[in-house]
Design a protein around this ligand. Sequence first.
Ligand SMILES: CC[C@H](O)CC(=O)C(=O)O
Ligand SMILES: [Mn+2]
Length: 343
Amino acid sequence: MSTMRDIIVTEVALRDGSHAISHQYTTDQVVRVAKALDQANIPYIEVSHGDGLAGSSLQYGLSRTHEMELIEAAVSVCSRSKIGVLLLPGIGTIKHLNEAAKLGVGMARIATHVTEADVSAQHIARSKELGLVTVGFLMMSHMAPVGKLVEQAKLMESYGADTVYVVDSAGALLPYEVKERIEALKESLHVNVGFHGHNNLSLAMANSLAAIEAGATWIDGSVRCLGAGAGNTQTEVLAAVLDRLGIQTGIDVYKMMDLAEEIVAPILNAPQEINRDSLVLGYAGVYSSFLLHAQRAAKRFGLDSRDILVELGQRKVVGGQEDMIVDLAAEIARRAAHNEALA
Ligand SMILES: CC[C@H](O)CC(=O)C(=O)O
Ligand SMILES: [Mn+2]
């Protein structure tokens, strides 16, 4: 079946959503969600540990089920959708990419911090050799000025990426900032441009629309917002809004609504919402996937998690530095005890 699509939606609940449920997906859950997404005609479904291939570790959180088992299961139930994987060089390696390709994935997204695109060269090249749709994913895009972002995106393009994404990992970008970033990439690149939003400031949808207006054609969504922090742009809402705008995604809006309600909602420990902690992520520009780590550290040291998150933002801590969350919490607790002793 051929589908006309103006916008290609990548559904990330089975990868970014893994952060929100502490990487506890079961094979049965992944099968049910992937099958329903396939029936709703979603073009790409990303399946991996929240931190990408090989993310299962004490540092990032142990997966309940081996991700290769989840990927294999998702591939086996999809006839229309392609399964994609995320890989952060240094966490995942070429070996993991080869393994995923053998299982039948059709897309690999190679993610780096926004100023570190150079570490993606080999992984992008290998993904292309494997015949995968290959995406460069520039995380924490709010941390770099537009010129730097363009420079890094051009590197990913030069390594062979088919699409380069502006990734608002902290949900910190405002619509005009998304627009200027996407416009700059559109002017400088020859490949597709994409946008991945987080909803910490309640701007994921507005930012996705700003990205589309500025020329982005690849947009990420997560059903029922299931993603790190306050979650991502809600796929079923995105599909409905784009339909109203006359922009074709090829997605069956009613089937998306049904799967959101009947299959995904019961998986959530709590509804995805903008609470004080997820709001602080966007406000202070902190990696969305730090949320549960900071909340756990706050509990352990008897602190307000916002104090940890704000200081993480001030220190410009980025993905891969999760160990600093506990260190920082211990330091704040020591400082507080010291001040109390002096008082
Ligand atoms: C830790 C990887 C991260 O969750 C990737 C991503 O989705 C983002 O940076 O927003
Ligand atoms: Mn994300």
